[in-house]
Design a protein around this ligand. Structure first.
Ligand SMILES: *Cc1c(COP(=O)(O)O)cnc(C)c1O
Length: 395
């Protein structure tokens, strides 16, 4: 490949990208067009939960591709029935709707809550969401998000998403009125900077929604599928939502997402909801393989152990290099920096040689770690050693 990026201009510009092209992935490692290897602690933004090229995913894809790609969403197919049953059983939520992206699953959750409000709550339609929350890039999910500046970006917004403050129950209670139908949040605000909803706050939200006859919607697109050490993050608060969305890890790298709900909430009528690719067997076959792998004996215990190992390593790193500290749950963690070097560190980590390191800085003073759930201790050690060098250098 002499000019691997010759056609880069053919892509619509949406974001700056480095001049490199990844050609191969295996486990926690990516290789670029020049043969340079990179240790990947981003994994497609917490998407590749089993790392690159996991044999269970490759096997499911190739087997299903040879059998049946897509009979149309108007007909049943075996992998989607299997995955729906498995997810439903693990989540304790009776019904599953499949989609392709996290935003689409959240759109479905918003539609379901509004429909339920129209049918059972006198047309109540407001969904209380949170400052710094992130729910996707469609118009409604951008409106539900609390990212600073997004209220003006593609104005006018979709109305009906008043914003409360995370871990501040009074700010939630102040917004509840006869138009309120639901409260929607991430158990840990991922894009917001790995900011956890406190266990007690989640329990109080469950209580208040039950008392007031409202729905609790949890966006587990980033926190679900084992990322925080349990299959779903809300298990750690001992609560169960009425509606939950899943994305990212559920497909292990392929486009798959899901909307789960209690049976009593499911009120879509024919024509209300759908989508060309929804529940197609190629993607749901991968979902079955991913979920089987995550729920195999010992897997989630290992995620917890690796999460604690990474946490201890980051704490030591913070101490040794004068950073503020670390936080997170399982293998969704952040290092809080003493200054705004985040973007520069991401750049320097990727550029280091002979091997690069892929990191993410959702905020200038923060590095976020989303390695494969099967990352090894040796890979964590390597990442920490390289990051220490970078933090100690003047760059
Ligand atoms: C990534 C993310 C989304 C959006 O998912 P897409 O697949 O990019 O549409 C929604 N909610 C949360 C919490 C996310 O982390």
């Amino acid at each position: 490949m002499n000019q691997p990026l010759a056609h880069a201009d053919a892509l619509m510009w949406i974001t700056p990208r480095p001049d490199l092209l990844f050609t191969q992935g295996a486990g926690s490692w990516l290789t670029d067009h020049q043969g340079k290897r990179y240790l990947d602690f981003v994994q497609g933004w917490a998407v590749n939960c089993l790392g690159h090229g996991h044999p269970a995913i490759v096997e499911a894809l190739t087997r299903q591709a040879g059998q049946l790609l897509n009979p149309s969403p108007a007909f049943y197919n075996a992998p989607s029935l299997q995955l729906a049953a498995n997810l439903s059983r693990h989540a304790g939520l009776e019904r599953v709707f499949f989609a392709n992206t996290g935003a689409e699953a959240n759109e479905g959750a918003i539609k379901l809550a509004r429909k339920w409000g129209r049918k059972y709550r006198n047309g109540a339609h407001e969904i209380i969401t949170f400052e710094n929350g992130f729910h996707g890039r469609s118009l409604a999910t951008m409106s539900a998000s609390g990212k600073p500046g997004w209220d003006k970006l593609f104005a006018p917004q979709v109305p009906g998403f008043p914003k409360a403050r995370l871990n501040d129950l009074d700010s939630v209670a102040a917004l509840i009125n006869e138009r309120t139908v639901a409260i929607m949040l991430e158990p840990i605000q991922g894009e917001g900077g790995v900011l956890p909803a406190e266990r007690e706050f989640l329990q109080l939200l469950r209580q208040i929604t039950e008392d007031r006859g409202l729905l609790l919607i949890l966006d587990e697109v980033q926190t679900g599928m084992g990322r925080t050490g349990t299959l779903f993050a809300h298990e750690q608060a001992g609560i169960r939502p009425d509606i939950m969305t899943l994305g990212k890890g559920i497909g292990g790298g392929v486009p798959l997402s899901a909307l789960l709900a209690r049976e009593a909430v499911c009120c879509f009528e024919a024509g209300d909801q759908g989508g060309t690719y929804n529940g197609n067997p190629l993607m749901t076959a991968v979902g079955v393989a991913v979920l089987d792998t995550l729920t195999a004996p010992g897997f989630l215990e290992q995620v917890q152990a690796r999460g604690e190992y990474l946490a201890r390593g980051l704490q030591a790193l913070a101490r040794d290099t004068g950073q503020v500290g670390e936080r997170g749950q399982g293998l969704l963690r952040a290092l809080i920096l003493a200054d705004d070097r985040g973007p520069a560190l991401v750049e320097a980590a990727r550029s280091r040689s002979p091997e690069g390191l892929l990191l993410n800085a959702p905020r200038p003073h923060l590095l976020r770690f989303m390695p494969a759930l099967n990352v090894s201790e040796a890979e964590i050690d390597l990442m920490l050693a390289w990051l220490k060098e970078l933090l100690e250098s003047k760059a």
